[in-house]
Design a protein around this ligand. Structure first.
Ligand code: SAM
Length: 271
C-alpha cells in the first residue's frame, strides 16, 4: 500500500527516476503547450502537482528572474526534491509547497499561468483542483493541462490478450484508488464550470517503434509498477510473465509498435 501522501505509483527512488526520464521524453509537448499558453519572461506560473520538480525547473528557466514558479504537490518527498533541484540549478525564482490539489490554499488572482501534467488523473475530485487553480489566476491568465483522455486506447502491435489483460488490471487499480484514466475528456467541461473560457483542445498522441527512446517509456512504467501489482495480489506472476512475453514479441516483430495512451492538451483563459 502507498504511504500517506503517496500517489498510486509511489514516490520511491525508481519512480523519481522514471518521472525524470518521462519528462525528457515529453519535454517537447510541454514546451509547446507553454508557448501556446503564452508563458514567457516575467510570467508567474503555478505548477499544479509538480512532482519532483522537472517541469517546475524548466518553467523557471523560461520565465527568468523577473518571473516565478510555484510548485505544489501532496508529496513532501517530491516537494523537497523540487526545492533541492531548484537550489542545485541556481533557480532562485522557484518556491514549492506541500498542498493537496483538491483543497488549494493560494491567494486569488496570483498567477499569470497554471500548468498541470498527469495529476488530475489521480484525483477523486479533479473539479476542485481546477476550481482552486482557476481562482488563483489573474484576469487574462491562462491554464494549460495535459492529461490522459482515454488511457485504455493505448495499443501494442501485434496485439496480444496477455498485454490487454495487464492493462485492464492497471486501469482497475487506478479507478479503485479514486482516479480516472480518462479524466482529460472531462477537463474542458470542468474548466468551463470553473468560469474559464476553453481556447483549444489538442490531441497528444505518439507512436514508438522498438529502438526509439519513446519505446522505453512504457517499459519503465511496467518495470516499476507490475511487480507491485503482483505483490499486492492484483496480478499473478504468470500474468506478469505473459505480459512481458507479449511485449518482447512486439519488440522482435518487424511491424511492432506502441501507440501512447491518448492524452489531451486543454488550454483555457480566465476573463
Ligand atoms: C505522474 S506524477 C506527475 C508529476 C509532474 N506533474 C510531472 O509531470 O512530472 C503525479 C503527481 O501528482 C501528485 N499528486 C497526486 N495526488 C495529488 C493531490 N491530491 N494533490 C497534489 N498533488 C497530487 C503526485 O504526488 C505526483 O507528484
Amino acid at each position: 500500500m502507498p504511504e500517506e501522501n503517496e500517489y498510486l505509483f509511489g514516490t520511491h527512488d525508481d519512480e523519481l527516476r522514471r518521472l525524470g526520464f518521462q519528462h525528457q521524453v515529453w519535454i517537447r509537448e510541454a514546451a509547446a503547450a507553454w508557448h501556446r499558453a503564452g508563458f514567457g519572461a516575467g510570467s508567474h506560473v503555478l505548477d499544479l502537482g509538480c512532482g519532483p520538480g522537472y517541469t517546475t525547473c524548466d518553467l523557471a528557466l523560461l520565465v527568468g528572474q523577473g518571473g516565478s514558479v510555484t510548485g505544489v504537490d501532496v508529496s513532501p518527498r517530491f516537494v523537497a526534491h523540487t526545492r533541492a533541484q531548484a537550489a542545485a540549478r541556481g533557480l532562485g525564482n522557484v518556491v514549492a509547497h506541500v498542498q493537496d490539489a483538491e483543497s488549494l490554499e493560494l491567494a486569488a488572482g496570483e498567477f499569470d499561468g497554471v500548468y498541470s501534467r498527469w495529476v488530475l488523473t489521480y484525483l477523486r475530485r479533479p473539479e476542485e483542483a481546477i476550481r482552486g487553480a482557476a481562482r488563483a489566476l489573474k484576469p487574462g491568465g491562462r491554464m494549460v493541462i495535459h492529461d490522459y483522455s482515454h488511457y485504455e486506447g493505448l495499443q501494442l502491435v501485434p496485439e496480444h490478450p496477455a498485454f490487454r489483460r495487464g492493462i485492464d488490471i492497471v486501469i482497475a487499480q487506478w479507478r479503485e484508488s479514486g482516479g480516472d484514466p480518462a479524466v482529460g475528456a472531462r477537463l474542458p467541461a470542468m474548466m468551463a464550470d470553473a468560469g474559464l473560457e476553453v481556447l483549444s483542445i489538442t490531441p497528444v498522441h505518439r507512436v514508438a517503434r522498438p529502438g526509439d527512446v519513446l519505446w522505453r517509456w512504457p517499459r519503465t512504467f511496467f518495470d516499476n509498477y507490475l511487480p507491485a501489482l503482483v505483490a499486492s495480489g492484483a496480478m499473478t506472476e504468470d500474468e506478469r510473465l505473459a505480459f512481458d512475453a507479449a511485449w518482447r514479441a512486439a519488440e522482435a516483430h518487424p511491424g511492432g509498435f506502441f501507440a501512447t495512451p491518448p492524452m489531451l492538451e486543454v488550454l483555457a483563459i480566465r476573463h
